[in-house]
Write a protein that binds this ligand. Structure first.
Ligand code: SAH
Length: 372
């Protein structure tokens, strides 16, 4: 069987997967402090609320939907994946099937011809709302109204359809422009008792069941009493900061992606939170400015992308001098590097909690508590 390479732990018992992740986090971070036992899932299947397939044509002209093979641009057809939401997979298969009758040309990576490149489906697991994003090389989608009508006839659960324009020769999935073809152009989901608006380009955790456990741990580690100023750095649509806001004096969030910041501000209003503010910018530059202005923070919660944080960010944290730093990471390797740098500023690791956000893959999420 050809493999897409995403399920590195396919065929390994779930209990053994957890043991392997525990061991790998212990190897990377165990030198800093004892590692708590990993928090796993009860049912580790179909957990992904975001399904993304590339659409391609094989040599015989058949339309495929699936993934790129690891470290290559060969597309492996995926008809059934045990990680992804089932309904979302069905929707993508329908779209691939409709391309023929609607004469929609499939994008060709080699010469840049054709239209449809990728399909992204996001589902709010608690609301049931479903967003379909058709990533196309051009904004001109033939008979788009009829296409959407037929898609919705087959899948009435779809609540919004967005056309995303990506005309660049790039490995990035999404382009910058979104055109809403049907519905509001976003979905909502609930997490930790709050409702969140999610736009096509905004980051949103892909495993909502484990996300609640992850955020719960991060907020527990912050040890809030109701008075603290909390920074939510790399905040996305504001989920962690807003979930913590009821227990904090004030929340300040910073995020690079402007669409996500807009979502965070709307999420603040919609959840009637009055003590949270969100800013667009590079987290390191933002923190440096805060430090220069002589501002203070009691707690810094940070959740950077896989590449980790930066020395500039960590230096600014040191000047802001929070009592605690809670570092949420999806990549313990870059986290280990950053923890070493934090240690040079006098921050010691007090707790380490791994959380399995990505069953059947080698990835592992961790929450680390530090204080001086
Ligand atoms: N805490 C959020 C998002 C975590 S993902 C959640 O749990 O949903 C990491 C986020 O960091 C992404 O939203 C990404 O857009 C943002 N990001 C990446 N580089 C950044 C930078 N230099 N400064 C601020 N935010 C950044």
């Amino acid at each position: 069987m050809k493999s897409c390479g995403s399920c590195q732990y396919q065929g390994i018992q779930y209990a053994d997967q957890l043991k392997m992740k525990q061991k790998s986090v212990e190897e990377l971070l165990g030198g800093f402090c004892k590692v708590e036992p990993i928090i796993g899932m009860k049912d580790p299947r179909f957990y992904r609320n975001k399904v993304h397939h590339v659409i391609a044509k094989d040599r015989r002209g058949n339309i495929l939907n699936g993934f790129y093979e690891e470290r290559s641009h060969n597309v492996v057809s995926v008809s059934e994946c045990m990680l992804e939401d089932k309904k979302s997979q069905e929707i993508i298969a329908t779209i691939a099937g409709l391309t023929k009758s609607f004469k929609i040309f499939i994008y060709n990576e080699d010469n840049g011809s054709g239209l449809l490149r990728h399909v992204l489906v996001r589902k709010g697991f608690s609301t049931g709302e479903i967003m379909v994003v058709l990533v196309c090389a051009s904004p001109i989608f033939p008979s788009k109204n009829n296409f959407v009508k037929e898609l919705r006839r087959q899948h009435p659960e779809i609540t919004t359809v967005v056309l995303n324009i990506n005309d660049k020769d790039t490995s990035m999935v999404l382009g910058e422009r979104n055109i809403t073809l049907y519905g509001p152009g976003f979905i909502k989901d609930t997490l930790c008792g709050m409702t969140f608006k999610i736009s096509p380009s905004s980051f949103y955790q892909i495993n909502p069941v484990q996300t609640e456990k992850l955020y719960g741990k991060a907020i527990e580690y912050a040890g809030l009493t109701g008075k603290e100023t909390v920074i939510d750095a790399y905040c996305g649509i504001g989920t962690i900061g807003l979930a913590a806001s009821a227990k904090a004096g004030k929340v300040i969030g910073v995020e690079l992606n402007n669409d996500a910041v807009k979502d965070a501000r709307i999420n603040t209003r919609e959840n009637k939170v009055t003590n949270a503010e969100f800013y667009q910018g590079d987290a390191g530059a933002f923190m440096t400015k805060m430090a220069e202005r002589g501002e203070k923070a009691d707690i810094v919660i940070m959740d950077p992308p896989r590449s980790g944080s930066t020395e500039v960010f960590i230096e600014a944290v040191n000047v802001l001098n929070p009592e605690k730093v809670v570092y949420v990471s999806c990549n313990p390797e870059t986290q280990a590097r950053d923890l070493k740098y934090f240690a040079t500023k006098g921050y010691r690791v007090r707790k380490i909690q791994p959380v399995d956000m990505f069953p059947f893959t080698a990835h592992c999420e961790t929450v680390v508590l530090m204080s001086k």
